[in-house]
Design a protein around this ligand. Structure first.
Ligand code: DAH
Length: 350
C-alpha cells in the first residue's frame, strides 16, 4: 500500500515539474497551481488516502507528502518570478522611448502671397500719405455702378459680369462688388468736403468663366486722392513713386489712354518690365512694358456723387490686382493656383 502511494506521489511530482517547464503565461501557471496544490488538487487528493495506511506507515508518508508539496511550491514561486519578470520586460520594451530621435518640427503658417503683396502695397501707400480703408464686399448696385457714372443699361456694365443677390423685386439691387471702386464713394461721402487720400484693398467677384487668367474671386486695391488743384501730374508722380518702391528704382511708368466711366481722362498704367528692364522678354511678350492696372482723373459726376464740388475739387484714382502683380513678379502662370489650397504652391512664397 505504501509503495503504491510512494510511486504515485513520485509520478505526480515528475509530471507537475515537467508541465511547469512549458508554461508560458501567468494564467496557465495559476491553472497549474490549482490542479496540483489547490484544495481539490492532486496532492490533497493523495493525502486523503493516508487514512488507508497502517499507523506505522503514516509518518514516513506524511513527511514525503510535505517534501513534494514544498518542492512544488518552490517550483511554483520560481516559475512565477520568471513569468512576471518576462511580462515586465515586455512592457518596458513596448514603452521604450528613443530619446535620441530628432523631434517633429511643428507646421508653421505663413502669409499668403496675395496678403504679402497687399501688405507691401499698403506700406508703400501709407508712406505716400494714404490711409487704409476697408469697404464692404456686398454692395448696392448704385455704389458699384450708378454712382460711379455707369449710366443705367449702359454697355459699360458688361465690362464686369456681376453676381447679383436674390432679393424681393421691390428691394434695392444688391450684388457682390465687381471692383473696389465703390469704396471711393463711401470714402468721399465720409470725408467731403475735406481732402482725402485713401487706399482700399479687398476682395472682388465676377461672374466669369474661370480660366488661367481670370478667377471669379480676386483682390484689388483702389487708391483715391481728392483735393484742390490735384492734377494728372500728381497721379503720374504717385504712380512712379509706387512703381519704384514696388518694382525697383529705375522702373518707369507709362499711361495709355483708355476708358472707364468713373474717370476722365482714363488710362491704363504700364511699367517697364522688371525682368528685362524694357529690352523685351518672355514675361512682357517682347513689348518692354507690363500693364498693371487702370487709373484716371475722377469724373466730375463721381466727385459730385461723393459730395465734392467739381468746380473746386479734383482728384485721381486707380485700381490694381495684387494677384496680377504677383503673377508678373514671380512668373506664376495660372491665377487658379492662388486659391487652390495647394500647399506646394503657397509654400513657395514663405
Ligand atoms: N475698377 C476698375 C476695374 O476693376 C479699375 C480702375 C480703373 C479703378 C480706373 C480706378 C480707375 O479707380 O480710375 O477694372
Amino acid at each position: 500500500m505504501e509503495m503504491e502511494m510512494q510511486t504515485e506521489l513520485s509520478q505526480l511530482e515528475q509530471q507537475a515539474q515537467h508541465e511547469l517547464g512549458s508554461i508560458e503565461s501567468l494564467e496557465a501557471l495559476a491553472q497549474w497551481k490549482s490542479s496540483y496544490l489547490g484544495k481539490s488538487g492532486a496532492l490533497t487528493r493523495l493525502s486523503k488516502g493516508m487514512g488507508k495506511l497502517a499507523a506505522d506507515e503514516r509518518p514516513a508518508m506524511g513527511k514525503r507528502l510535505n517534501e513534494v508539496k514544498e518542492s512544488l511550491e518552490a517550483a511554483f514561486a520560481t516559475a512565477e518570478a520568471r513569468l512576471k519578470g518576462a511580462a515586465r520586460a515586455a512592457q518596458l520594451a513596448s514603452e521604450r522611448v528613443d530619446v535620441t530621435l530628432p523631434g517633429r518640427v511643428p507646421d508653421v503658417g505663413a502669409l499668403h502671397i496675395t496678403t504679402q503683396v497687399l501688405r507691401d502695397v499698403v506700406a508703400i501707400f501709407a508712406e505716400l500719405g494714404f490711409q487704409v480703408w476697408e469697404s464692404r464686399e456686398v454692395e448696392l448696385d448704385d455704389y458699384n455702378f450708378g454712382l460711379l457714372n455707369f449710366p443705367p443699361d449702359h454697355p459699360a456694365r458688361d465690362m464686369q459680369d456681376t453676381f447679383y443677390i436674390d432679393l424681393p423685386p421691390d428691394a434695392p439691387r444688391v450684388l457682390l462688388r465687381t471692383h473696389t471702386s465703390p469704396g471711393q464713394i463711401h470714402a468721399m461721402r465720409r470725408y467731403a468736403p475735406e481732402p482725402v487720400r485713401v487706399l482700399l484693398p479687398g476682395k472682388c467677384f465676377r461672374n466669369e468663366q474661370v480660366t488661367a487668367r481670370s478667377e471669379f474671386m480676386f483682390h484689388q486695391f483702389e487708391f483715391l486722392a481728392v483735393g484742390e488743384q490735384i492734377t494728372l501730374g500728381d497721379l503720374k508722380g504717385t504712380l512712379l513713386a509706387f512703381a519704384e518702391r514696388m518694382f525697383g528704382v529705375g522702373t518707369q511708368v507709362r499711361l495709355r489712354a483708355s476708358y472707364f466711366p468713373f474717370t476722365e481722362p482714363s488710362a491704363e498704367m504700364d511699367i517697364t518690365c522688371f525682368l528685362c528692364g524694357g529690352k523685351g522678354c518672355r514675361i512682357c511678350k517682347y513689348a518692354g512694358w507690363l500693364e498693371i492696372g487702370g487709373c484716371g482723373m475722377v469724373h466730375p459726376n463721381v466727385l459730385r456723387n461723393g459730395g465734392y464740388d467739381p468746380e473746386r475739387f479734383s482728384g485721381f484714382a486707380g485700381g490694381f490686382g495684387p494677384e496680377r502683380i504677383a503673377m508678373l513678379k514671380y512668373g506664376i502662370e495660372d491665377i487658379r493656383w492662388f486659391h487652390s489650397g495647394d500647399l506646394r504652391f503657397v509654400d513657395q512664397f514663405r
